[in-house]
Design a binder for this molecule. Sequence first.
Ligand code: HEC
Ligand code: HEC
Length: 421
Amino acid sequence: MARRIATVALVVLVGGCHDPGAVPAEGSSGVGSTGTTAASSDSTSAGSSSGTVATEGPDPDSSGSGTTGEPGWEWALPEGFPEPYVPPDNPMSAAKVELGRHLFYDTRMSGSGTYACATCHLQELAFTDGRVTAVGETGQIHRRNSMSLANVAYNASLTWAHPFLTELERQALVPMFGDNPIELGLDSEAELVANLAVEPLYADLFAAAFPDEAEPLTAPNVVYALSAFQRTLISGRSAFDRWFYDGDDDAVDEAAKRGYQLFNSHPAECFHCHVNFNFTDTAYYEGASSWDVRFHNTGLYNVDGEGAYPAIDTGLVEITMEPGDMGHFRVPTLRNIAVTAPYMHDGSIATLGEVLDHYAAGGRTIADGPNAGIGSESPLRSSFVPGFELDAQDRADLLAFLASLTDDAFLTDPALADPWQ
Ligand code: HEC
Ligand code: HEC
């Protein structure tokens, strides 16, 4: 597939009927107007250390509304949310989503029969696992923190730092068949099909999901169904949404409203990166003007004085081999953030209060041990992490805003829950 050069133009979707007047478009900050970067992030470009990486997105001209589902498929989208992009070879259908839900929660999806996607992605934790870093079915420790799957349909690149992993259909293969680390521990497609074939329910579920196929229980169809289910993991019904999009002034308290102002202010600068309806600058959907993927270094580590991250995980540079991409990671959504501790790609921050300390300091200082270093002195740290005064009131307000992003309806929605119970 031809690699498209990403152009920088973020559509700002916020500003619904209740706009507290504080969500600047990213273009106004300088990030969105830096033009086109063909290869990798540029840590030294003026005003920003964000990287825009050319990626293999779809041709925007080929997508349009009405192409994302089988006849009869209806998205039930919250106010302010655009229609998710769906690859043309995997249109949405209710039967496919229902099959995918069964697979997501099925321990037959693992080599040992003990593990499922849901083992590391628990609904009540917004599809994270509460661990510092994940543990696979053989007990092997993953180097990274399990990611929330809330609104994963909108992520223009998947996982913490991979510009070319852009479709759920390809990502699912990593936990299924990957061996570094082992997650679900499946050896082959044949093993997967044999595991699933013993469950009588699947005959009907696969037939309904793939009605044109004589033998629909195949590994590619497993991946299609899992992906369709994951695209329905949409979270936009938090107290914040009821206030911001629905105009219910009482949905959040004054502290949360002040916190949101602060979030969108200088020099806190949160909004540069945690932007738009999903609080991330790496989003794609029907009608988006470009498929941008961005990565940033927030000064979490500086082990050598030159900005190095611990060797176990150096982020984007592992893929691009560009030295300036050291420590660059994708911006995660902040939706449901109060229930997804611990934080960051390596789970190295335990609480939201400590996350705020990290940003207020303009990067984390680690006093001793192998990862000792002063993050705020990292030459690779984004200029949007300048450090700022954070008094007790500000801290309480920011925490109240972040807590207002918890979407209880999403965390308890029976349609997203384990169907085997
Ligand atoms: C052993 C625990 C574990 C299992 C099992 C697991 N995951 Fe994950 N998942 C993770 C971790 C850790 C990450 C972050 C990976 C990275 O950044 O390299 C992740 C990331 C993801 C992402 C990327 C989310 C984003 O916002 O970019 C998706 C999608 C995902 N997993 C789906 C699945 C599916 C589907 C399954 C089952 C087929 C599954 N996972 C099984 C731990 C797990
Ligand atoms: C320069 C872009 C940028 C700015 C500015 C920024 N963030 Fe982040 N944020 C990120 C990135 C990238 C990560 C992931 C970093 C990592 O894992 O190493 C992150 C992670 C987080 C996390 C943890 C998410 C998770 O799922 O673990 C929280 C919470 C957070 N940011 C809140 C904030 C707040 C509050 C502000 C403003 C004070 C802010 N961020 C400013 C880019 C940014």
